[in-house]
Design a protein around this ligand. Sequence first.
Ligand code: NAD
Ligand code: MG
Length: 382
Amino acid sequence: MKKITVLGVTGSIGTQTIDVVTGHPDEFEIVAMSAGHNIKKLEEIMNQLPVPHICVLEQKDYDYLSEKYPDRHFYLGQEGLIQISTLEETEIVLNAIVGFAGLLPTIEAIKAGKDIALANKETLVVAGHIIIPLAKEYGIQLLPVDSEHSAIFQSMHGEYPREISKILLTCSGGSFRDKSLDELKDATVEQALNHPNWSMGAKITIDSATLVNKGLEVMEAKWLFDVDYDDIEVLIHPESVVHSMIECTDTAVIGQLGTPDMRLPIQYALTYPHRKPLINSKRLSLSDIGTLHFYKPDTERFKALPLAYRAGRIGGSMPCVFNGANEEANQLFRDGKIKFLEIVDLIEEAMNAHTVVENPSLDELIKIDADARAFVRKKVGL
Ligand code: NAD
Ligand code: MG
């Protein structure tokens, strides 16, 4: 039995993790889990699985649950997230929290020797320079859950890292793939949330529409696979069948294909290096699909992508600014406070106003993240 702590259990990745775990009750056991604000969903999961250790964000939820479920152990806030990520019995922490908030529990879990299944890409974007050396120092496994990175990871097995020349990162193009710049000006939240291929949390769905998500994934790939930015190429692939590829020095291209189902990369991160049947899955039928398309992204309409490369190449604290400004602007767009195209404009302005700190410490990152958010709010008069 693999003993798992799931952070962000009520979200899109979290609930699909429950699906994977309940599909293999002899393989996996969730020993701890955390939720943000969706307590109804959390209680549903609690009724389904006898998870003993549970962390919530709000004092009122903590009080309510502690009284109603006296046989379980409850934890609170950031401190609680760290406590359930470092429990003696936990072997692997699946981090499916959204945003910067996932960083601290990841760091503490690594220091406690836990393997990490990482969906929370923001962690690597802002602090890859801390996480990667720490993972090496503590000898833990850092397993990607993001579908593209899982595909790259799967494609790399049996290859020598030195003999991989390039990463081909595929991208559905998001909900606005075929919209003109003019149409994007008045794009609504509802339209942006309507992703063609994947059903995901709100923040990442908006990030997919701006292509910020692909930008974050470029930086995530840089850290996970130790490649130069020049060797990461983004390809628009509307069908989301080829989840990503590698190119080797002899020009061989190797990729992982499948239906768009996040449960596969989630499960693979938990079963690695083995594979298990994926319960209730659909097999890929290439003859039904018939044709696959690939083309270069339009960086005029989607300037988040070149901006992310710029942030990544500058390095130091710049990716943290890119991420923090985006988290704030993404939320402001969802709250109806700014327009769609302003999201990326604000990221760019925050980056332009920032003086880079080389090799920022965790404390510096916390401050830089807060400053980037404050900059964005101030820019829009909040
Ligand atoms: P989501 O919004 O559906 O769920 C987020 C979870 O984190 C929820 O349980 C929520 O309660 C919790 N949470 C939110 N803010 C928190 C905070 N400040 N402190 C503690 N907990 C908090 O998000 P999601 O779509 O499941 O995405 C989670 C992560 O996985 C993101 O980093 C995203 O980029 C990544 N990811 C998601 C998908 C997907 O298909 N959904 C695919 C690839 C990567
Ligand atoms: Mg992805």
